[in-house]
Ligand binder design. Structure first.
Ligand SMILES: [Fe+2]
Length: 467
């Protein structure tokens, strides 16, 4: 049987940006922090919303790993996953590096931390072989780093706040990676705190018309924190287009599979057909054919009937593209996606400027998985698109490229290395993404053959849009 996964060489280029680490900041490290009493620091940390978010992120990390045993913490040597024992230590190292060492000039807490946990220096294939901290030791290290970081919150230098947020969002992104790693390896579902049942439900067929025109693509300067690849808003011309109100469902994708979509080369790009031949893919990664023409799907460690009206998930870009060709549709460009989400006045979120909540989007693991595409009508964009944030990441037609005038942020390895190799842009976040991470301008990116990530897609009418 041919390998399902990409080669280790290709993985080196395809690892998610969250696995990368910066080395230095041209702004210079070593500035001294202001002094204040321990009591003042503790009071500030208790009342600082950022402190609460940092604690929340750490609690989510522990929820995602602490129920797993020693063997699961090491796991199989696969190119698309990290050993959890390494990845947990990497989280602590990242926070220490940026918030304590880089921003405040403190000495390292670990003598060999850089050699063990710097993902820019430690080759992926070697991470199983390193003399890593033991599980109790690495958990104690995380606690020590977080405690020190919280103690410094709100103290000079002012720019250190940026690095605390960077560490927060880095942890959020790794927490999503822990989630899909558990899916990849068939571990039990994480015990996410459950929310209320998602409002709405069912399918949501049809397109909406989005008037084209001049649109500001990217983040504006009033954002409190943005990653470098979102900078900055710049005008683009978008032709009028029609885009689906909802992502493609399992029922819709099953029609493509059952019509022989994976057996007919004419539905695939040349690269996509090579991928299909190499992997032997016959259907989405976690689908299992069952008696009576039904499909079962593996969700973490459990098999259950495929939900007809849930969005298809764990499909790679090649599969999304092939579906579009079969269905006589196309993927939206990222400019179209953002315009459909933000129109008409560059909303921060599809529904407006208030942050995500349970009514508007399936995020933060609350539902334990994807919900039906008709859920969350309160989160509709002004154009009439549903679930543009949350539920499933959505592949777009666009290659991941810098916006005009791009300048890398201190965390240089976040975006810059990935412009040179083929990555496709995804938008919108998924059911496991932390809501605080997202906004309409947020860009994710993966190589077109990644199907372990929590991605689906929505489609556009081919009769509209780019010439
Ligand atoms: Fe990372």
């Amino acid at each position: 049987m041919k390998a399902r996964w990409p080669s280790s060489r290709s993985i080196l280029r395809q690892r998610s940006a969250v696995m990368r680490l910066p080395r230095r900041d041209p702004g210079g490290a070593g500035q001294t922090s202001a002094t204040r009493t321990v009591g003042e620091s503790m009071l500030a940390a208790v009342s600082d919303p950022l402190a609460a978010e940092l604690r929340d992120a750490r609690a989510r990390t522990l929820l995602l790993v602490q129920d797993l045993d020693e063997g699961q913490w090491m796991g199989p040597r696969l190119p698309i996953v990290n050993p959890l024992l390494w990845e947990v230590g990497h989280l602590g190292w990242f926070q220490e590096f940026w918030t304590l060492r880089h921003a405040r000039g403190r000495p390292p807490l670990l003598p060999d931390g850089d050699a063990l946990y710097d993902s820019a220096k430690v080759a992926h294939d070697t991470r199983w072989d390193l003399p890593l901290l033991t599980r109790p030791a690495v958990l104690a290290y995380l606690e020590r780093v977080l405690g020190a970081a919280l103690e410094t919150l709100g103290t000079a230098p002012e720019r250190a706040a940026y690095f605390h947020r960077l560490a927060l969002f880095h942890e959020d992104m790794h927490d999503e990676a822990f989630t899909y790693t558990r899916q990849t390896l068939g571990y039990p579902a994480p015990a996410f705190p459950a929310g209320r049942p998602a409002p709405g439900g069912g399918p949501l067929p049809g397109d909406v018309e989005v008037p084209g025109g001049r649109f500001l693509l990217g983040a504006t300067h009033d954002e409190p924190f943005v990653f470098d690849n979102e900078k900055w808003a710049h005008p683009v011309e978008v032709a009028p287009f029609r885009i689906a109100r909802a992502p493609v469902t399992n029922e819709q994708f099953a029609a493509f599979v059952e019509d022989g979509g994976y057996r007919q080369e004419r539905h695939w790009s040349a690269a996509g057909w090579r991928w299909r031949a190499e992997t032997g893919a016959k259907h989405p990664a976690y689908w299992h054919p069952a008696a009576g023409g039904r499909w079962l799907v593996r969700h973490f460690a459990e098999l259950s009937p495929l939900g007809a009206h849930q969005p298809v998930i764990h499909v790679c870009w090649f599969e999304a593209d092939a579906y579009c060709r079969w269905a006589e549709r196309r993927l939206p460009t990222e400019a179209e996606w953002e315009l459909a989400a933000a129109t008409p006045h560059k909303r921060r979120f599809p529904w407006g400027d208030d942050p995500p909540d349970e009514e508007r989007a399936n995020l933060d693991g609350r539902a334990g998985g994807p919900v039906e595409v008709g859920c969350h009508p309160a989160g509709d964009s002004a154009a009439g698109c549903r679930q543009m944030l949350g539920n499933v990441w959505e592949w777009t037609a666009s290659d991941f490229q810098p916006y005009p005038g791009f300048v890398a942020d201190p965390y240089k390895e976040y975006s810059l290395p990935w412009f040179a190799t083929l990555h496709k842009v995804l938008r919108g976040g998924c059911w496991a993404t932390r809501g605080r991470l997202l906004r309409n301008t947020w860009r994710n990116f993966y190589p077109p053959d990644r199907r372990d990530v929590l991605a689906g897609f929505r489609t556009c009418s081919p009769d509209t849009g780019p010439a």
